[in-house]
Design a protein around this ligand. Structure first.
Ligand SMILES: *[C@@H]1O[C@H](CO)[C@@H](O)[C@H](O)[C@H]1NC(C)=O
Ligand SMILES: *[C@@H]1O[C@H](CO)[C@@H](O)[C@H](O)[C@H]1NC(C)=O
Length: 322
């Protein structure tokens, strides 16, 4: 099923053939729910399945299982095609036990080679008050490898986007939340995105979970805009070797004193985490490079975090998409 791009002799990883499915909440398509369309894709799928999702508010919890790669959710615009649900970490799951954060996501993707275009994902559970336990409520969880998102919106409060595992590329996306609203152990690039904080008393953007020096995971933000309300930390060391870099990024005047946080003041994570900034700007930019352990990088050190090669994208993201 693999083909080579002419002249490059590189393995292009997408199957050559396509299948189209239409979801229309008004009944004019093949299915009225997104999950029904996903269910219609066979296990071990080997074609590109484009699921066209017409404008509408799809109030459902959706899961793309690991057995169904090459699925695209194609909305009609992130303001008009929305999938939303409202689970919180403290809510009971089907087995009666608390869901916990990872199982709250309105949309969960476990498959590789997933794409989303021009669609929004929301978790509409209410915002937690500071100090409240168990109100984590993810809008989206990506646990598959080689996922591409463009023109998408992610809306929630605490833990909006679970960037769990695998290589991911977010282009032209809007991500909104208040506490650790981009979190996990993904190896991801966020390019040309708006990162919007709705924090009231205190918040934080990215919490990255890299656990060893050998792991290639981390979050690379490039040419993004950080907007909204604060004060916020721009990154937190959720694990010992947490890795987060902001490059060419604009910051509103909402960054908390110190800029970054070591999560629990244990184990000297300020010595092992890799937090960096490169050519950032805006009224909040000075605070982002305000600690001894968040370095202003030189070009050679920043370079790996600037290009789509950070996620080895050559074989799975078209140049026109990056
Ligand atoms: C889809 O998203 C792209 C990338 O953000 C954007 O340029 C385009 O205008 C969007 N199209 C629609 C129909 O919203
Ligand atoms: C680093 O973190 C430790 C706690 O893990 C703390 O005691 C120490 O003061 C911190 N050092 C700096 C330079 O912030």
């Amino acid at each position: 099923v693999f083909n080579y791009t002419r002249g490059h002799h590189r393995l292009w990883e997408w199957p050559p053939s396509y299948r189209h499915i239409t979801v229309d909440i008004g009944g004019g398509g093949d299915y009225v729910s997104v999950q029904a369309a996903v269910d219609a894709v066979p296990d071990n799928n080997m074609v590109n399945v484009i699921i066209h999702i017409r404008p509408g508010l799809y109030i459902e919890k959706v899961e793309v299982p690991a057995t169904k790669p090459y699925i695209t959710f194609k909305g009609a615009g992130r303001d008009v095609t929305v999938i939303e649900w409202h689970d919180r970490a403290c809510d009971p799951g089907p087995d009666g036990a608390q869901l916990r954060t990872y199982r709250t996501a309105s949309v969960t993707v476990l498959a590789n080679h997933f794409t989303a275009r021009n669609i929004s994902f929301k978790n509409t559970a209410p915002a937690p008050l500071p100090g409240m336990e168990g109100w984590q409520a993810a809008a989206f969880r990506i646990s598959g490898d080689k996922a591409f998102f463009t023109g998408c919106g992610f809306y929630g409060h605490q833990d909006t986007l679970c960037d769990d595992a695998g290589r991911h590329y977010f282009k032209d996306c809007y991500i909104e939340g208040s506490i650790d609203f981009i979190f996990g152990n993904g190896r991801s690039m966020y390019k040309d995105c708006e990162i919007h904080s709705t924090a009231t008393r205190f918040g934080s953007i990215a919490a990255q979970f890299r656990t060893s020096r050998e792991e290639k995971t981390g979050f690379a933000f490039v040419n993004c805009r950080v907007t909204g309300s604060g004060p916020i930390y721009v990154g937190r060391a959720m694990s010992q070797y947490s890795r987060i870099v902001y490059s060419y990024t604009y910051f509103d005047d909402i960054v908390a004193h110190g800029g970054w946080d070591d999560w629990d003041h244990k184990n000297n994570k300020n010595k092992t985490a890799f937090f960096g900034v490169y050519k950032c700007w805006g009224p909040g930019a000075a605070a982002v490079s305000g600690t001894s352990w968040a370095r202003e990088l030189d070009f050679d050190t920043a370079h790996p975090f600037l290009a789509k090669s950070f996620v080895n994208a050559r074989h799975w993201i078209a140049n026109s998409d990056a």
